[in-house]
Design a protein around this ligand. Structure first.
Ligand SMILES: Cc1cc2nc3c(=O)[nH]c(=O)nc-3n(C[C@H](O)[C@H](O)[C@H](O)COP(=O)(O)O)c2cc1C
Length: 397
């Protein structure tokens, strides 16, 4: 064990035992999300019982800089903590004497049949978690048949990831501040056979204090970043002659920009990062194909508001006209059930599969997906809901 791990563990043990702290909500999220079973280190993916077991191994395997990149939120991390705490305020209304001997988690989404409503969220730069980054993640998803969304900030290109996944992957677009470059990315994505585009809208700007403490050209970071590179060097921008100072974000992006994007591609467009019901209304009028309720896993705004609390407001506006996807803080199958009960058609997970990837590569990713699928089945049995269509708002209180 590295000495930094050892001292971090001691600090956490001290904090966990302190009577001054009422619970996890009060802990600085310098380390893991859950503190019990902290010392359990699974020897292989098979031995991980829940996703927090994967987190333990990831914490051990990742450098401090990369651990910080994965675990951080913004500002004082109110939104990051709120995302988790939100599920604790919702309670299952267990039902009995329903035949739950067979459970179906199958669902239709955006012209695809999904065996499970759990999707792998777009995550930038998975090379920090595993040498083969998104390729390894795609192999993990292939083993279990889950859908995967590839980030614009991915370490590997969409063609290689598609080949590893064995079918076209869905794609997440950062708008960039140069329309022609964005269009160049889009043409490459279309050529890969991808037909669903997630437009991320939630980080016009943000304040990631914890990451800023790391010099990204230091030894801690250069095992996966080449010093001096910019967004222009990202794999998905290669061959597009992007200027060095191109920004992944477009602060001028507005609803007219979205309409222009809508007219420039036949791909289905999902707007990612919606939390306000009025934005859901505007997104519907802009002709999007689905809404993704997300706050970027607590890495965007510091609203202190959980996505599970934003979800019903958006669902009430959408009224079933298009699918609603949500993410943020999902760590248990029961969390998935709660999101589905409040009207989500599917959910995404971010950090849990990164932990799996950092812990055991593709086996870790597959195991995380299997764990959550299994826990969802258990939750569905307790809820007396043998299929996803049986899950309603009455399922939770
Ligand atoms: C390390 C990390 C990198 C991320 N990179 C992206 C990205 O490139 N594009 C994007 O739209 N969302 C990105 N996200 C947000 C995820 O897509 C997703 O919304 C979030 O992780 C869900 O919350 P969870 O991590 O609590 O499951 C990232 C999240 C993490 C943790």
């Amino acid at each position: 064990m590295k000495s930094s791990d050892c001292s971090r563990r001691k600090l956490l043990q001290y904090l966990a035992g302190s009577p001054l702290l009422a619970g996890l909500d009060n802990l600085p999220l310098i380390a893991a999300e859950r503190l019990d079973d902290r010392d359990y280190i699974a020897e292989s993916a098979e031995w991980a019982v829940n996703v927090f077991d994967m987190e333990n191994v990831a914490l051990k395997n990742l450098s401090q800089a990369h651990w910080t990149y994965v675990s951080q939120g913004v500002d004082d991390e109110l939104t990051l903590r709120a995302n988790r705490a939100g599920y604790e305020r919702l309670h299952l209304r267990a039902r009995r004497l329903v035949d739950v001997s067979t459970i179906s988690k199958q669902t239709e989404l955006l012209g695809h049949t999904l065996a499970s409503p759990i999707i792998m969220a777009p995550v930038g730069g998975l090379g920090m978690a595993h040498t083969n980054g998104e390729i390894e993640a795609a192999l993990g998803a292939r083993n279990t048949g889950h859908k995967m969304i590839l980030s614009t900030a991915a370490t590997f290109g969409i063609e290689d990831v598609t080949a590893a996944r064995g079918e076209p992957v869905w794609y997440q677009l950062y708008a960039t501040n140069i329309w022609e470059i964005t269009q160049g990315i889009l043409r490459r994505v279309e050529a890969s056979g991808s037909d669903v585009l997630f437009l991320t809208t939630d980080i016009p700007d943000r304040n990631q204090d914890r990451m800023r403490r790391f010099d990204q050209n230091s030894d801690a970071c250069t095992d996966c970043h080449i010093p001096g590179t910019t967004f222009a060097d990202r794999t998905m921008l290669q061959g597009l002659n992007a200027p060095r100072n191109i920004s992944s974000q477009n602060m001028a992006m507005d609803w007219a920009w979205l309409r222009r994007l809508r007219d420039s591609t036949d791909m289905k467009i999902v707007i990612k990062g919606i939390t306000h019901p009025e934005d859901a209304r505007l997104a519907l009028s802009a002709g999007v194909d689905a809404i993704h309720v997300s706050n970027h896993g607590g890495r965007a705004d510091e609203s202190g508001f959980a996505t599970i609390d934003s979800l019903p407001e958006v669902v009430d506006v959408v009224r079933g006209r298009i699918p609603v996807i949500m993410d943020g803080g999902i760590r248990r199958g029961m969390d998935v059930l709660k999101a589905l009960a409040l009207g989500a058609n599917a959910v995404c997970i971010g950090r849990p599969y990164i932990w799996g990837l950092a812990a055991f590569g593709q086996e870790g990713v597959s195991k995380v997906l299997q764990i959550l699928d299994h826990e969802l089945e258990v939750a569905m049995r307790q809820a007396g809901t043998p299929s996803l269509a049986d899950i309603t708002r009455d399922t939770v209180r």
